[in-house]
Design a protein around this ligand. Sequence first.
Ligand SMILES: Cc1cc2nc3c(=O)[nH]c(=O)nc-3n(C[C@H](O)[C@H](O)[C@H](O)COP(=O)(O)O)c2cc1C
Length: 336
Amino acid sequence: MLDLRDLSRPVVAAPMAGGASTPALAAAVTESGGLGYVAAGYKTAAAVADDLAAARAATSGPLAVNLFVVERCDPGADVLAGYRADLEPEAARLGATLGEPAWDDDDWQGKLDLVLDVRPDLVSFTFGCPDADVLRRLAEARVHTAVTVTTADEAREAVARGARSLLVQGPDAGAHRGTWDLLAVPAAQPLPDLLRDVLAAVDVPVVAGGGVMDATGVEALVRAGAVAALCGTAYLLADEAGTNPVHRAALTDPAFEATALTRAYTGRWARGLANRFMAEHPDAPAAYPQLHHLTSPLRKAAVAAGDPQVAHLWAGTGHTQARPGPAAELTRSLTP
Ligand SMILES: Cc1cc2nc3c(=O)[nH]c(=O)nc-3n(C[C@H](O)[C@H](O)[C@H](O)COP(=O)(O)O)c2cc1C
């Protein structure tokens, strides 16, 4: 079974659902000594199977898969109708028809069956923690398991349920916070303090990330006790990443100086480059994945129109340090 302490370079290229993660990126990172990810979020189980097969064809090294654990959420029809009404003028401007704000579980059972069948080296979970039975079945299938945590309490609970390792996500991280409780304000404890508290609370290998953009940052986490660093934003401009052109351009545009947390795109807190859409919808409700489905056509239309003020531009606070280039080179540059 995979042991995260055995990576020849202590870097995990974070799962990045929604396009940035590709089989080529996963394979390139693994081939260069780190750990590459297939991001299963938003995809059908069949598409995830194809991605895994494509990544596996390109490397015989370890590969990870990340699944969303989506909790039940019912914000009420009035709340969803109100937010839809707020977005209609923007949709009309871009010629988009807003999506149906329905709840779904991201094909949980289909993807769980897939990973139990295909048995990637590591399966990790974000937005929540599966029950002990799921973690036990994966362990019996000799699949290493990890759970994303954002507090020491989540870390304790994940390990109590049987998680074999943890992905500790600090507040500087790009995209969604992995906070288990959708209604909670995401924890703001700085990553070094959070890592210290988690390491004091549990005794499993810990990968830590959020704002880590260079070898100094990776080294500091390893010195503090992490077995590896989790880097997402550092790979967004990688040649092999599927980051869309609007997102790529914004990441290198000095006009996008700051990042902020927003619920406006998906109904779950996420960090992205601050733009007009985020500024205009500061009070978007907690409604995941309903708002994801509602805004999806709007975001696609914004990308098609080349409009970074409406497209979502996920990024961590270290985004100005993101560099283009082959993923193997980026992986090497992240380690001494
Ligand atoms: C574009 C993007 C998409 C992401 N998608 C996922 C995902 O599907 N699953 C997940 O667990 N984390 C996801 N994350 C968060 C990462 O796992 C990780 O916590 C974060 O990238 C670390 O911070 P950094 O971006 O500053 O390196 C995503 C991050 C980015 C930037």
